[in-house]
Design a protein around this ligand. Structure first.
Ligand code: SF4
Ligand code: SF4
Length: 379
């Protein structure tokens, strides 16, 4: 039975100073109604999208994850694992990922084991209610874990507008599943795929690292900005609605991802169904927060090739930054990228569906997002 209202707690946190983060996280968890019963084994799904310094706001900050580990230990967890399956990380890059994101320190303190969600392989699942992905390959660790805690990062996203608690669970899948989700015909396909994956393993509790967030064209190469909140909820959709309010959306349910989520998931269907704790709605928005450019989302994917460079955001290589690593070629869901004789990537604009995965996963920010004049005028 649906609860009448879905509690979300939002607590001020002005920096990543250890004590401040711990106090804010503790208060947020308490105001949100506390954890469900915590078993000995817990898996924390962080956002570890790429080997990035925490100051870039690409990944969940290590101080927030550290605070979460301490709270879980106090609640009975004895065996905590922090994990993610970043967009395109090879096993040999795991050490770099853990070092750069600050996860190594958490492991060295024996607070948690930290690693890749691919560690125990993937399993094919075909849930009956799936809309886009009839079959998905999902991390065995996630499927087996008796308790999943979702610790997301407040960021913009060029395709889904926001990435928060719901989108963070996209990372439980393998690379081929993500390519399938990105490479298909419509935005609705991708958004339903995000919800399909979320529904495979609904997290037991969600915490949002919004001390610093990412504005502009996230989720990899936007700009870090001070936001000043830690938020928590048992309900991911309710938490994402509050995140959207922080980012300045007046009607979060108009964001297509949240609109579809509200139709398919257990969660609020209006702002009135959210019980906001610790703060007033009017206190949430960050003044001047820059959202992701939106024009790409207005174009059906099958028209995107034709519309390339006209009314959309599109990828454009900046050769001077490219290290010819080939990640963009491997991550492209429709094989629109080949390497030229000099080893630089070339994009076939007729094949490209403008998903911007190459931009998102480029380790050097060499695959820039360009925005056409018409697109800028449409904003
Ligand atoms: S554009 Fe980026 S991902 Fe592609 S080859 Fe160059 S550096 Fe690698
Ligand atoms: S070239 Fe880049 S934007 Fe185009 S389909 Fe491939 S990954 Fe997506």
């Amino acid at each position: 039975m649906r609860p009448h209202r879905f509690p979300v707690a939002c607590v001020r946190c002005g920096s990543y100073e250890r004590e401040k983060v711990q106090n804010a996280a503790r208060e947020a968890v308490k105001l949100a109604g506390g954890f469900p019963e915590i078993p000995a084994e817990v898996l924390v799904k962080a956002n570890l999208l790429s080997p990035s310094d925490p100051s870039r706001a690409v990944t969940t900050h290590p101080e927030v994850l550290r605070a979460m580990c301490l709270l879980l230990s106090e609640s009975g967890a004895a065996d905590i694992e922090i994990a993610d399956n970043p967009g395109y990380i090879f096993r040999h890059q795991e050490a770099e990922l853990l070092q750069k994101t600050g996860m190594r320190g958490i492991q060295d303190e024996n607070l948690a084991v930290v690693g890749l969600l691919s560690r125990n392989g993937f399993r094919d699942v075909s849930p009956p209610g799936a809309v886009s992905l009839k079959t998905m390959r999902v991390s065995e660790s996630i499927l087996k874990s008796p308790c999943v805690i979702n610790v997301s990062k407040l960021k913009t996203h060029v395709e889904t507008e926001i990435t928060g608690a719901i989108k963070n669970m996209f990372g439980i899948s393998d690379t081929d599943t993500r390519k399938k989700a990105h490479g298909m015909k419509s935005q609705a396909f991708l958004l339903n795929a995000v919800i399909d994956l979320f529904s495979v393993r609904v997290p037991d509790f969600c915490l949002l690292d919004a001390v610093d967030g990412m504005e502009g064209n996230g989720p990899s190469h936007g700009a870090p900005t001070r936001v000043g909140w830690i938020a928590a909820s048992r309900n991911a959709l309710a938490l994402d609605v509050v995140q959207a309010c922080i980012m300045g959306y007046k009607n979060p349910f108009a964001i297509p991802l949240l609109d579809i989520a509200s139709q398919r998931l257990d969660g609020p269907r209006s702002m009135e169904e959210i019980d906001l704790k610790g703060v007033g709605w009017e206190d949430l928005p960050v003044r001047g927060f820059r959202k992701a450019s939106g024009s790409i989302r207005m174009i059906p994917a099958f028209l995107r090739g034709m519309a390339h460079c006209l009314v959309t955001l599109y990828p454009r290589l900046e050769r001077s930054s490219c290290i010819k690593c080939g990640v963009c070629l491997r991550v492209c869901p429709v094989q629109a990228i080949t390497m030229d004789d000099s080893g630089f990537p070339m994009i076939d604009t007729r094949t490209c569906v403008l998903c911007l995965c190459c931009h998102e996963m480029c380790p050097c920010d060499a695959m820039k997002v360009r925005e056409s004049l018409l697109s800028r005028l449409m904003r």
